[in-house]
Design a protein around this ligand. Structure first.
Ligand code: AMP
Length: 423
């Protein structure tokens, strides 16, 4: 189900051949094992190639990264861009921003993979690691800078990155980039000296969720004739994820977690909790119970965060306990299960968390512990997510939402989003 809003959208492509990619880019796409474009790529690539601004919404795991990387790389290669090597000032043609360090690093690695053997040089900058090393890497040449907002603004303010050649500004996880946590940084970025006005750059936004207030705000950053692309239901969960809910009290959660993990065995499982303390606590508890577990949250050193992800990715620790810092965008192969030990306080975060499984056509499973004392206000929006994804709605959850004492108030949409820098 594809919906395009806005005037005169270009025709979708049905194959990568139609995207008329340069030989080296075509080779890199095929080396990645991509045979045909996913729906967001079929529509997104020609929109971007035709120079239009875009606000794109597509399910988690649907190939959004390549949807913006490929047309940008194609254009930069066709123009034969050349970054000035060993220059103190770099003037990239594209900026990509994302809310977490791990996600921007993943995007950078994708960009590097597609740009391999071409004239385009991507560079990544993010917080928590040595700035000097990143600046030295920058000075070797930069056409695409991938960054988290703080470090990106830092290198711009230090005069290491100039914006006069900028053509593309990409906001990945755009709704998060524009929510209360990051909006001021985004305004600072577009207001930075030398930043082309929105009429003079192409602005691209991608996410699986777009609360309506954020959609309105996003229009401030886009040209008036931008296109809105929705693949599937805006804010909907990926239909390849089987969603289950278990009614629990907070005192039963640990026991239920052990039960769930006995079923998942050595299959890769992400366990989401709400606080950093809880993440440490549950990870220690699982290790004590002899489950090989690691954890990721905002209070861990960046080195530890990256090690935890690597241990999880390569199977040394098949269980990763995480706060919402790992809810968005991370593409780890073969994550079969997501367990919401604690439910998040807004439904969009739920959609992103369970989207760590069931990626790119694979089937995944999500189990969520629902504590009526804490989670009842989410019941209605969860029911809406479940029914839109054609999932079974437990009758007890319906009762919590619509009937009886203690039932939920009005449905919460994507409001009250957590600030990823605090998790
Ligand atoms: P993304 O939503 O960009 O994180 O992509 C989700 C997963 O799908 C990643 O593992 C991508 O490598 C993979 N992917 C993206 N596009 C394609 C494609 N056209 N064919 C096969 N796999 C793809």
């Amino acid at each position: 189900m594809v919906e395009i809003g806005g005037a005169n959208p270009p025709q979708a492509i049905m194959s990568f051949e139609e995207a008329a990619l340069c030989e080296s880019l075509k080779r890199n796409v095929s080396k990645s094992g991509y045979v045909k474009p996913t729906p967001v790529q079929k529509h997104g690539i020609p929109i971007i190639s035709s120079g239009r601004d875009l606000m794109a919404c597509a399910q988690t795991g649907s190939g959004k990264t390549a949807a913006f990387l490929l047309p940008i790389l194609q254009q930069l290669m066709a123009d034969g861009v050349a970054a000035s090597q060993f220059s103190e000032l770099q003037e990239p043609e594209a900026i990509i921003v994302a809310p977490t360090r791990e996600l921007i690093n993943q995007t950078y690695l994708e960009a590097r993979k597609f740009a391999h053997g071409t004239c385009v040089r991507p560079v990544v900058v993010y917080g928590g690691v040595n700035t000097g090393h990143q600046i030295r890497d920058l000075c070797r040449g930069c056409n695409i800078i991938c960054g988290t907002p703080g470090r990106l603004l830092d290198v711009i303010n230090r005069g290491k990155v100039g914006l006069s050649k900028l053509r593309y500004l990409v906001l990945d996880e755009a709704d998060r980039m524009l929510d209360m946590g990051f909006e001021p940084d985004m305004r600072r970025l577009v207001g930075s000296p030398g930043m082309p006005t929105k009429e003079n750059r192409q602005t691209l936004m991608f996410s699986a969720t777009y609360p309506e207030d954020i959609q309105k705000l996003a229009a401030d950053f886009l040209k008036t004739d931008y296109l809105f692309l929705a693949v599937g239901i805006v804010g909907g969960a990926c239909s390849d994820v089987h969603q289950e809910f278990v009614e629990v009290t907070k005192f039963e959660k640990r026991e239920k977690l052990l039960d769930a993990l006995k079923v998942t065995g050595t299959e890769r499982t992400m366990v989401f909790v709400e606080t950093k303390r809880q993440a440490d606590f549950i990870a220690a508890f699982l290790c004590q119970e002899k489950f090989p577990t690691t954890s990721i949250h905002g209070d861990r050193e960046q080195r530890e965060r990256e090690q935890a992800l690597a241990d999880f990715r390569f199977g040394k620790c098949p269980i990763l306990v995480a706060t919402s810092v790992a809810a968005r965008g991370l593409d780890i192969p073969d994550v079969q299960h997501v367990i919401n030990f604690d439910l998040p306080n807004n439904v969009d975060e739920y959609v992103h968390r369970i989207g760590r499984t069931g990626r790119c056509g694979n089937i995944g499973r999500a189990v969520s512990f629902f504590d009526p004392d804490n989670d009842s206000q989410l019941a209605r929006s969860l029911i809406s997510i479940l029914s839109k994804a054609q999932q079974e709605v437990p009758s007890w959850l319906e009762e919590k939402a619509f009937g009886g004492p203690g039932s939920a108030g009005p449905a919460l949409g994507g409001f009250g989003a957590t600030d990823s820098r605090k998790v």
